[in-house]
Design a protein around this ligand. Sequence first.
Ligand code: ADP
Ligand code: ZN
Length: 537
Amino acid sequence: KDKGGDLGVSDSHKVLQEVFGYSSFREGQEEVIHAALKQQDVLGIMPTGAGKSLCYQIPALLFDGITVVVSPLISLMKDQVAALNQLGVHAAFINSSLSEGQYRKAMANACRGQYKIIYVAPERLMTESFLSFTSCVEISMLAVDEAHCISQWGQDFRPSYIKIVDFIQTLPKRPVVAAYTATATKAVKEDIICILGLKNPYVAVTGYDRENLFFAVKKPQNKQQELLFYLQKNKNSSGIIYCNTRKNVEEVYDSLIERGYPAARYHAGLCDSERKQSQDDFIYDIRPIMVATNAFGMGIDKSNVRFVIHYNMPKDIESYYQEAGRAGRDGEPAECILLYSGQDVRINEFLIEKQLENDELDFEERKLIRERDSERLQKMTFYCFTNECLRDYILRYFGEYGNTFCGNCENCLTEFDDIDVTQEVSTLIRMVHASGERYGINAIIEAVHGSKTAKVHKFHLEQSPGFGSLNQVTLVRIRQILNDMLLKGYLYLTPGDYPILKMTDKGHNLIFGESDEKIILKLPKEIEKAHTKQKQK
Ligand code: ADP
Ligand code: ZN
């Protein structure tokens, strides 16, 4: 009865054109759709905006039975169902936003076979009423949206996603299982396959590179000024400004409103109606500038976003790339700019701790998660300090190999001076070694610089050989060099509350091996000038 085996290329093209009104598939879509139609499990790893929904919606329309889509976000479900209904596709959602009456009606309709696609929140899967429905109809496919939520390594682990596994087991016939996510790290990918129990899945990873996006990191003295300056130069374009706290959203929002910018705001502290209003005003370009926390954006589809400015550094590259990736979905040039300050790092450390307190975890889990999160935060911080191609840095983080020169990021467009810092680097490593690899960044910097601070005194670092041997180099420069060393892997920081500097094998070899390696620090030409001027004064 199931015509699954015969479904193929021409059917899916027909649905693409006749139902969705698109002329051709985007990268990756066709392949995963055909795998699903041939009854093969699927794992689609595609960046935000790549068009994952279509990948399960098209097979859903072609299968005989019903497709169940597990999705974590109520607003996303609503939007998708509304969009499908508008295209004449019968779809519904089952989640906590339905009243008792609405819920009963939807389930009754579902049992009568009214819907081809049913979106459901993971918490609902194992309820009695949902199970009694799924036991008497044919479920052709189970699509798992935001599948990384099943992994503890993912950025937003949801315990309720584990219910999907139990749910599949209750079904009389195992459906095709198709998982989709934008998170591409190896650990997450393995978790999805393993925990969801995907059988010999067809795995599609489509390009993470978004060529039209320009990347830059700025470290302004005054972020607000920098932001206003940028907006002045980019009048009339639509953009998102992400802040790390509600308070920052309010401050930035107020300063924009004061100057007459058409800005909207969005964070979890606002009532539903204002959030809805803000979102609509933004999408329809009534207020084309959005100031928001990371609560904003999932499931938002606005193609003409010309810039995404991060007023604060996010907690990891996953979050950053996902949020920045909301710029330029139309393929036209767009800019992603991160405004860094040291305080962002500390606030993120605080947020990591707070999150750990909220989650109910045992000691071991807490330790593991803390380590993982601090490591990610470190890699995010390194992004702000690297002088190499920013795009390449991001792509390598996700395990893709880009060009070392993209020509469309700030670092690729900046001229650098090469400074030989071999001497300074070996002094720093020697200090770390001589003091027993027991101290953090500040203590080591102060010691080589010869600062007589309380910390240096307390740890008896004045007695270490090498104390003060970089007294001719400014503290700022020593810090730059040290950051670069962490980036290049001569030293590393232990994760946790009090990060300690330790030597890597590479660092060890540099001072004890027979290396005549020269270590070059790349610094932007302008900064270099300012720095030498300062020194001469
Ligand atoms: P994702 O879930 O991967 O972030 P969506 O499924 O929301 O992305 O798709 C993003 C946008 O791209 C939507 O507006 C969708 O209609 C559009 N889209 C998807 N596939 C195609 C296609 N083949 N041709 C044109 N537009 C498409
Ligand atoms: Zn580049």
